[in-house]
Unconditional design. Structure first.
Length: 482
């Protein structure tokens, strides 16, 4: 019988575990502190562990480290109500099996534990003799709680310690360089250099020199030797942004460096060895470019060892609030101002705006608003014109259909009354609820967890409502991506 160790100082959470794991085939062992959890681990030798990050006597990260020292084959799931990029990345870097945010979804939790126990069954080995684990600390560089960003944080934690090429994909302004810097910060090359090159911002005639360097006299204007980024970054990490803008000639040069780990400066004859970890990013469709011959297939496969996809800001839900609060604190402090509140009208405009420039545009908008602010409150009129005009247009578009819906509803009620119908209350509520659920699921791409969040209900409640309305057979394409 597999054993699950659950550690949390909240009795309600432990009760949730007992309610969720009623299967007699699973033995549940509980603890309310980190030290008690360590004792229970040694006593019960569990097949899987689930622990809160915030414990009364020590952090869940410390508990994770200790368990990993004792038996690295035991999967450990971390849960928290205060998720940050730092904790998510650190947890995955240290080997956590997964990372969940409260409030917990019992169905998802049960499935995750089931998979963890199955993995443990396949990989279980005897526990090691206890040994002390060293703590590590990293600065938080990314902000986000939405499911897509949590997956990004996990991916960073997994790939950072591995010396492989990483391809970062996403629209302009989504934070691709921030992800690259996070990978560098959590890698074994963190003591080396991190250099970034925007391939789209440098003319082709100069880009080769920027990357490989040149000897004096190599071309007109080369009056002295130049050391290129591949040479400067020996032992470190080189980030090539907008890799999709490289010309075929430059593509072949970079491919040769990646293959041989050696190169020559322009105009030089000496072969220079280099040890560089390459991170690349683009907002373009590299697979399509490869099919049309714009990108060398051999370079694409060299770059695409591990891929991280960043979601656009418009798909990140409540992350907008977190980002605005973070940017207000940071930029107000940097500007010597104290703007720490946002007017409701400003929030409404920002939530309605689609942010085509993503986080970069949001950063600019918040800075502009702080500069214009005359007090501690960020008012709607301080926002850029694009945000205010688009928000007002969206508000008008929302208001107009509402009037039509009210008129249609009145006609429907009058018609049913004239027809002598009965049970109107249940009929109307059922009709409205059905439409609300269908439209919300359509809006979220059939992602039930996100739909439940928008509706303000649990996913299990949503499932029951869909079943009651005969909608449970609706497609759930995105549910596996939660």
């Amino acid at each position: 019988m597999p054993t699950l160790l659950a550690i949390d100082d909240e009795r309600l959470i432990l009760d949730c575990f007992r309610y969720t794991f009623t299967d007699p085939e699973i033995k549940l062992v509980t603890a309310v502190t980190g030290s008690e959890g360590l004792t229970r681990f040694q006593e019960s030798q569990p097949d899987a562990v689930i622990t809160d990050i915030r414990l009364p006597d020590m952090s869940g990260i410390e508990v994770l480290q200790q368990f990993r020292e004792w038996d690295p084959k035991v999967p450990v799931i971390l849960i928290t109500g205060h998720g940050t990029a730092e904790t998510a990345i650190e947890a995955m870097r240290l080997g956590a099996y997964d990372y969940l945010l409260k409030p917990l979804d019992p169905e998802r939790l049960a499935e995750l534990v089931r998979r963890a126990l199955e993995m443990s069954r396949l990989m279980r080995v005897p526990a090691k003799v206890p040994d002390e684990a060293a703590a590590d600390d990293r600065a938080d560089v990314l902000v986000g709680r939405c499911p897509a960003m949590q997956e990004v944080f996990k991916a960073i934690g997994r790939v950072a310690p591995q010396n492989v090429t990483v391809l970062i994909l996403g629209e302009s302004g989504t934070g691709k360089e921030l992800v690259a810097r996070a990978i560098y910060n959590y890698s074994r090359r963190a003591e080396g250099k991190f250099l970034a090159v925007n391939c789209a911002a440098i003319p082709e005639t100069l880009l080769e020199s920027e990357l490989l360097g040149h000897e004096r006299g190599a071309f007109t204007g080369a009056d002295r030797r130049r050391i290129g980024k591949f040479e400067q970054c020996h032992g470190g990490t080189l980030f090539l942004d907008e890799i999709g803008d490289l010309t075929p000639l430059t593509q072949s040069k970079i491919l040769r460096v990646l293959q041989d780990q050696r190169f020559q400066r322009i105009g030089g004859s000496e072969m220079i060895a280099t040890d560089v970890r390459l991170l690349a990013a683009t907002n373009r469709d590299l697979e399509q470019m490869m099919k049309t011959g714009q990108l060398r297939s051999d370079l694409y496969y060299r770059l695409n060892v591990f891929t991280i996809r960043l979601p656009p800001l418009r798909e990140r839900g409540d992350d907008l609030t977190l980002l605005v609060q973070y940017l207000l604190r940071r930029d107000s402090r940097d500007m010597g101002k104290q703007v720490d509140q946002v007017a409701p009208e400003a929030w409404e405009l920002m939530r309605r705006y689609s942010w085509p420039g993503n986080v970069r545009e949001l950063q600019s908008a918040v800075k502009q608003a702080i500069v214009r602010a005359t007090g501690p409150v960020l008012m709607a009129e301080f926002l850029p014109d694009a945000v205010r005009s688009a928000g007002a247009t969206a508000a008008a578009a929302v208001a107009e259909p509402a009037e039509w819906q009210s008129a249609d509803l009145n006609r429907w009620i009058a018609g049913r009354l004239q027809a002598g119908a009965s049970g109107l209350y249940n009929e109307l509520i059922s009709t409205i609820e059905r439409q609300l659920l269908l439209e919300t699921l359509r809006h979220t791409g059939q992602n039930r967890s996100e739909a439940a969040r928008i509706l303000g209900i649990s996913r299990s409640t949503l499932r029951l409502k869909l079943a009651a309305l005969g909608l449970d057979a609706e497609p759930r394409a995105s549910e596996d991506d939660e």
